[in-house]
Design a protein around this ligand. Structure first.
Ligand code: SAM
Ligand code: 2KA
Ligand code: SF4
Ligand code: MG
Length: 222
């Protein structure tokens, strides 16, 4: 059994994506290879972040004890975690669970292509405002399927323009779900809607991080 550094685990509603509003159990892992300008969980990325070591069986047991079907693995960067494939394989054996992974676009998704009953990937494409766009592995975009999502977190007009370019260049509307989400509090929300209208971006869903509206945006464990 491997040991995983878990910085928090909790049940909430999923604030984002295709299952937004539904109950989900969250497992947040320590550590990340990027440092996005807007990161709301930078605390979890630090080497000295407080964590609990859990084995894959302990993580599965915790998830099953909650009785919650939807599981979100996040971080930090969950796909950077050593032995994460073993955890994904264990969780995939449970047909009741729906596993979703939030990933930062810099890790090869090919590595996880052979899991039977594969998880749903939400790949965050880092835009210019994140200062991390050069780390994106665009080959990942061609591996995504209908169960998966590409999320663009936009902070300004340049980000919106780049998101549109990527959507068109990789024909994303035919491949997977597409979400545009504001960097929380950074961009006027009407500007995003106007952009969708002016560019006739059919098939793109605008979202807000629901948990930051319900609770204090800095609150952990929600
Ligand atoms: C904290 S990250 C962890 C997973 C992975 N490292 C990633 O970036 O996808 C989870 C999601 O929160 C988003 N996020 C982080 N800070 C944000 C902010 N200030 N406003 C909006 N979304 C944010 C990220 O872009 C990502 O989609
Ligand atoms: N409620 C809630 N929903 C979320 N969906 C994705 C999250 C994440 O941090 O990856 C997240 C989160 O931190 N909280
Ligand atoms: S990749 Fe995710 S966890 Fe890492 S710095 Fe960016 S938003 Fe934060
Ligand atoms: Mg979050």
């Amino acid at each position: 059994m491997a040991q995983y550094k878990v910085v928090e685990k909790f049940v909430s509603i999923n604030g984002e994506g295709i299952l937004a509003g539904q109950l989900a159990v969250f497992i947040r892992f320590q550590g990340c290879n990027l440092s996005c300008s807007f990161c709301d969980t930078a605390w979890a990325n630090k080497d000295d972040a407080e964590f609990t070591f859990m084995t894959e069986q302990q993580i599965k047991d915790y998830i099953k004890e909650t009785g919650v079907k939807n599981v979100t693995l996040t971080g930090g960067e969950p796909l950077l975690v050593p032995d994460i494939l073993q955890l994904l394989q264990l969780l995939a054996t449970d047909q009741f669970l729906h596993i979703e992974i939030e990933t930062n676009g810099s890790i090869e998704l090919n590595t996880f292509a052979d899991i039977s009953n594969p998880p749903a990937f939400t790949m965050d494409y880092k835009l210019p405002g994140s200062l991390m766009e050069d780390k994106m592995l665009v080959s990942n975009l061609t591996l995504l399927t209908k169960k998966d999502t590409v999320k663009f977190v936009v902070g300004n007009k340049e980000d919106l323009n780049r998101a549109k370019e990527v959507i068109i260049a990789y024909d994303l509307t035919t491949r997977c779900h597409i979400y545009i989400s504001p960097v929380f509090g950074k961009i006027n929300l009407e500007e995003i809607v106007d952009y969708l209208i002016q560019n006739c971006l059919n098939g793109v869903t605008m979202q807000l991080q629901m948990h930051k509206v319900i609770w204090n945006p800095n609150k952990r464990g929600v």
